[in-house]
Design a protein around this ligand. Sequence first.
Ligand code: SAM
Length: 419
Amino acid sequence: VSGGKVNEGKAEILVEETNVFYNPVQEFNRDLSIAVLSLFAKDKYEENCKKAGDNKDGAEKRDGDSVDMKPGDKTENGISVLEALSATGLRSIRYAKEVPYLKQIIANDISAKAAESIKKNIIHNKVEHLVTASQQDATMLMYQSRQTRFDAIDLDPYGCPSIFLDSAVQSVSNGGLLLITATDMAVLAGNSPETCYVKYGATSLKSKACHELALRILLQHIAAHAGRYGRYIEPLLSVSVDFYIRVFVRVFTSQKKCKDNTTKLGMVYQCTGCETMTLGPLGIRVHKAHKLPQSPPVGQLCKHCNHKHHMGGPIWIGPLHDKLFVSRLLNSIDENHAELGTVKRLEGVLNVVDEELETPLYYVLDRLMSIVRCDTPSMIKFRSAILNAGYKVSISHAHKLSIKTDAPMEVIWDIVRAW
Ligand code: SAM
């Protein structure tokens, strides 16, 4: 902050004499959201232009053709965005200046000071044509928008987003996008399983894979909320960064697919001895692609070391990302977002995400070796051993020493013991 102003991306935010929340560490979160929202908006715009068909009442709608729009342009075929918890308005203003194919953005905050700061910043950044300030409880604003709906809703709360989910899943359009942050990592990462159950409807576990578990707990929570209204979710991208997680999920309406979504939920059993993790069914049908054991290891001793299990979940066991979307996102960052402040990190994280196996959860190499009290080999050597045994392996973006593999744990323990 210099001279009461903050510059981030193409926005300049006035922060003098307010104590409205501004966190520079979240620049990566905002950059990533700009990249994701831009690609989503372009797809939606093209879809809308197609729908508009040969509607002649707007040049860009002629013959349903889309035209290239620049950030800052307003278009009727573009997307509507609600930033439900906006603080200074920084994120909305950056969206207005850096995301193309927009129709309208509402930047909302419950605090009067924040709403005042949003108004000032909208004028200071000359984005009045796209961004409107609002001061309401976000849940009320979303409930009141259940009929009109937004194409994208951004939820960036302090801590846990749960209280906003019921209204958010109802006020996002069919095929619309939810962009959701959770920062209460201690709860999600197993420090208080009871609190996690109360807040997220799932029990967390203390595990080396806690960051991916956190993502999967949040996703099942969003899916559960959506399911109540005959809606289901498709994650586009789910990332664990620094002290928070951020998920980008599309929400669709279909009673049938909504039931299918429950096949993407499961429980996780972690051995108290060797920390082997086993997925188990919820007690309802699970898609055969997940190859879960017929009966969960509840009450059984771990077959590798004879210890008991801790149970966590339910968790989302479907894909965390839409890989086609991720590779298109990487191309679009290269083409359109090279000037983002955190572009190098963005590309780094997304390249790892792009290579991630879909197998849920992961083990951490030094932890596996310390369980058997052996020295840790290099990641390259350990990964080669898995590949040589005929299985796939990747790391997870959530941990640099992680091992994601489709190899059964027998194979992994054989490799560990043979070292
Ligand atoms: N999205 C912002 C950014 O990227 O700079 C930061 C948002 S900050 C973490 C959370 C904001 O949510 C605070 O400004 C707070 O006043 C607001 N807030 C908390 N509860 C709310 C509610 N029920 N409705 C609307 N805003 C709320």
